[in-house]
Design a protein around this ligand. Structure first.
Ligand SMILES: Cc1cc2nc3c(=O)[nH]c(=O)nc-3n(C[C@H](O)[C@H](O)[C@H](O)COP(=O)(O)O)c2cc1C
Length: 379
């Protein structure tokens, strides 16, 4: 491939560069992967009105989400293990996001912790998984706040991990058998560029944000065993209220698909929700983020900010989501493909593709400002 021109091109490049263990981790969804596929396919059924006699020449993408000015209504979704896809991957992605005038969520399961990322690229947003140990949680929230982070996403849809068969097949979830170890070693050795750049020189062996709670020396298998016991499985609005009390910044609840859950989240003090089925990685029968969006947006009204993710692969998808009631979109795999394929320049290029596609879409839809997007634009 000479020059990637789409997210799909970056997907193919990333697949070539990464060991199968990691590309299957990124690509995989739960069970039959139908939720994963629906996320992408359902966008295709949403049609915008083509309005070309409206005299639109210049388009503004600037917006403000949760008190933060952004150059476009796109934020990099939290993705675990990003520092395994590229050397200090979270830092590279945050730099690209900053250069594009947007921001990223640093995942609880990041390799580079939020202190390293914010030191290199300025404040970013943080994604939280709830651990049972409230003292640890309090200390973590204080550390995150001290970096200048103003937006926290509390992810509520991973009380139990989804049944991702690709991960089991590759031994991602802690297969310590001899055969499994040989398979993973061969997988790494057959991707020498990644082995040299990331595995040997990228220090990808510890979960930065978890370092204070878990002794990283035990490796990934030990981490998963620890996480299974440490992670809170059942979640209620009381947990949201607890975080609300202990987090002075904006709080969004990520992993909401149902309007009733959305109401509960906002009643408990959330400033917003991310309509998301976790990229199709959790409940295989869940409806897609884009299908769930209108009902959630209606349930919340103007009481809180509605963001969405899942299957967003183009700037046109972002416009579709905004027409259905979202204030902005998180993109997940789209930026990860760019990072795995080309590092920071890859993420920067993916974001530039999104920017250009949004401008083109809005121009052809007769809308000159992203803040004016409404249901009227739907065909
Ligand atoms: C490889 C991978 C790792 C992820 N890790 C996290 C995570 O650590 N925390 C989280 O809240 N969501 C995580 N997600 C979900 C994303 O934040 C986001 O909801 C999803 O990727 C959106 O779908 P898309 O990939 O189709 O854009 C992950 C998704 C993928 C693909």
């Amino acid at each position: 491939m000479t020059r990637p021109v789409s997210v799909e091109d970056y997907r193919r490049l990333a697949r070539r560069r990464l060991p199968r263990l990691l590309s299957d981790y990124i690509e995989g969804g739960a069970l039959s992967e139908s939720a994963l596929n629906r996320n992408i396919d359902d966008f295709k059924d949403i049609h915008l009105r083509q309005r070309v006699l409206t005299g639109v020449e210049h388009v503004s993408l600037k917006t403000n989400i949760l008190g933060v000015d952004l150059a476009m209504p796109v934020v990099l979704a939290p993705i675990g293990l990003t520092g395994m896809f590229a050397r200090r991957g979270e830092v590279q992605a945050a730099r690209a996001a900053k250069a594009a005038g947007i921001t990223m969520f640093n995942s609880s399961m990041a390799i580079c912790d939020i202190r390293e990322v914010s030191k290199a690229a300025g404040p970013v947003w943080y994604q939280l998984y709830l651990m049972r140990d409230r003292l640890h949680m309090k200390a973590l929230l204080e550390r995150v706040w001290a970096t200048g982070c103003t937006v926290l996403a509390f992810t509520v849809d991973v009380g139990v991990p989804g049944e991702r068969q690709r991960e089991h097949r590759r031994g991602m979830t802690g297969d310590l058998s001899f055969g499994g170890q040989v398979m993973r070693a061969l997988d790494g050795l057959s991707h020498p560029q990644w082995l040299w750049d990331v595995y040997l020189h990228g220090r990808p062996h510890s979960f930065g944000n978890m370092a204070e709670a878990f002794d990283n020396d035990g490796g990934f298998a030990a981490f998963w065993t620890w996480a299974r016991g440490a992670m809170q499985v059942a979640m209620t609005p009381d947990d949201i209220a607890w975080i609300r009390e202990n987090w002075p910044g904006k709080l969004v609840i990520k992993g909401i698909i149902d309007p009733e859950d959305a109401r509960r989240a906002v009643d408990a003090g959330a400033d917003g929700v991310v309509v998301s089925n976790h990229g199709g990685r959790q409940l295989d029968s869940a409806i897609s983020g884009i299908k769930a969006l209108p009902a959630v947006a209606e349930a919340i009204g103007d009481r809180a900010t509605v963001l969405m993710d899942g299957g967003v692969r183009t700037g046109e998808d972002v416009v579709r989501a905004l027409a259905l009631g979202a204030k902005g979109c998180l993109i997940g795999r789209a930026w990860v493909y760019g990072l795995a394929a080309r590092g920071e320049p890859g993420v920067a290029h993916v974001l530039e593709l999104f920017r250009k596609q949004m401008v083109t879409t809005l121009t052809l839809s007769g809308c000159d400002d992203v803040n004016k997007i409404s249901r009227d634009m739907l065909a």
